[in-house]
Ligand binder design. Structure first.
Ligand SMILES: [Zn+2]
Ligand SMILES: [Zn+2]
Length: 116
């Protein structure tokens, strides 16, 4: 598979990677379209330290589930999905009030491809 990989400010080559396989609770999504976020642009330019060398760019994407790992019950192969770029706790006041983007424990989705 092809992946657009951040190699440092101004360097983002298209690289060949092994096809991923899902672990427990994970799915593999074949990306159909990906947006270019402002944070991607700033990371590519080196204006922020929010992109680590080796990260696969593009965290705002849509696609189709092509494999599911064990314990996955909410989606099936063939489902069309949108990647949610923020992981939130689901328990705090912000999450419970429908504003997971303001979660105090939120983490950014990082598309890293395991090389297994
Ligand atoms: Zn974004
Ligand atoms: Zn929360």
């Amino acid at each position: 598979m092809k992946a657009l990989v951040f190699r440092g400010p101004g360097s983002m080559p298209l690289e060949e990677r092994l096809d991923p396989s899902p672990g427990p609770g994970e799915v593999v999504v074949e990306v159909r379209a990906s947006g270019i976020c402002g944070s991607d642009v700033h990371g590519f330019a080196g204006a922020t330290g929010r992109r680590r060398v080796g990260v696969v760019m593009g965290h705002e994407a849509t696609g189709e589930v092509v494999q599911t790992g064990s314990d996955v019950t909410t989606v099936r192969v063939g489902d069309r999905v949108v990647l949610r770029s923020i992981l939130s706790c689901g328990r705090c006041a912000s999450c419970r009030s429908g504003r997971p983007n303001l979660c105090l424990e939120r983490q950014g989705f990082v598309a890293e491809l395991r090389q297994d």
